[in-house]
Design a protein around this ligand. Structure first.
Ligand code: PGA
Length: 269
């Protein structure tokens, strides 16, 4: 029986020079090779460095996906400071994180722009990891389902379902848990993931929805990763702070490898 992959992803944000990125890769490549050999096919690791380190990391060829943290939806044009899907492919990147709450909050990224970004990424053959999540005020006002539902329905409204099947993942990141040390409880996260899965069924159909990994993000660390990953719809983790350090990142990958070996995430299709 097939399973959804377990995806453990590092979002380095605006951290690490090229030399630091390469040092990190050098320290964990051998360990990761062994861990992946022990969880064949089901464990996927992703590292998303700053644009400036993408090419160096791709060339270092660690056994993981190398993702950008953002991209522009257009192929080229007068968009100072932006980078397109073609440019990411040109440096060998495999995928891109889209719609992180910091992009939404500080760079005014809208659901409508994200619809174009997700389509552009998938149409160019990149993996797309779409981030969704509510703020504390929205959660307290009982708006989680409306906010996260809109984020998903708008951003995924026009994608090619065949492309999404193997290249799309969703990261549920409650904004109040990012970088705060405050984590959603496994039960809170599972409820949100269940809701996300139901929206995916509605938008993409049952079979595709059950194949798409849904990652949890927000203060994930080695001490809470196993518990979060024990939930049926938590298929991985997107990690900021704790992924800057090899020891804590590998600790979380180990928790992901345990989940992959346990055969969790069996497809009900
Ligand atoms: P954090 O960040 O792990 O530092 O909370 C997660 C994220 O922003 O993706």
């Amino acid at each position: 029986m097939s399973t959804r992959p377990v995806v453990i992803a590092a979002n380095w944000k605006m951290h690490k020079t090229r030399a630091e990125a390469l040092e990190f890769a050098g320290e964990y490549t051998e360990w990761l090779d062994a861990e992946l050999a022990d969880a064949p096919g089901h464990l996927q690791v992703v590292v998303a460095p700053a644009y400036t380190s993408l090419e160096a990391l791709v060339e270092a060829n660690p056994p993981c996906g190398i993702f950008a943290q953002n991209m522009h939806q257009a192929s080229h044009g007068p968009f100072t400071g932006e980078v397109s899907a073609q440019m990411l492919l040109d440096v060998g990147a495999h995928g891109v994180i889209l719609g992180h709450s910091e992009r939404r909050q500080y760079f005014a990224e809208t659901n409508e722009a994200l619809a174009d970004k997700v389509s552009a990424a998938l149409n160019h053959g990149l993996f797309a990891m779409l981030c969704v999540g509510e703020t504390l005020e929205q959660r307290q006002a009982g708006q989680l389902e409306q906010i996260v539902g809109d984020q998903l329905r708008i951003a995924l409204g026009s994608i090619d379902i065949q492309r999404a099947l193997s290249r799309l993942s969703i990261a549920y990141e409650p904004v109040w848990a990012i970088g705060t040390g405050e984590t959603a409880t496994p039960e809170q996260a599972q409820l949100a993931h269940e809701f996300i899965r139901a929206v995916l069924v509605d938008v993409l159909g049952h079979d595709t929805a059950h194949r798409i990994p849904i990652l949890y993000g927000g203060s994930v660390k080695p001490a809470n990763a196993s518990e979060l990953l024990s939930q049926p719809d938590i298929d991985g983790a997107l990690i900021g702070g704790a992924a800057l350090d090899v020891e804590s990142f590998t600790g979380i990958i180990s928790a992901g490898a345990d989940r992959a070996r346990s055969g969790a995430g069996r497809l009900e299709v």
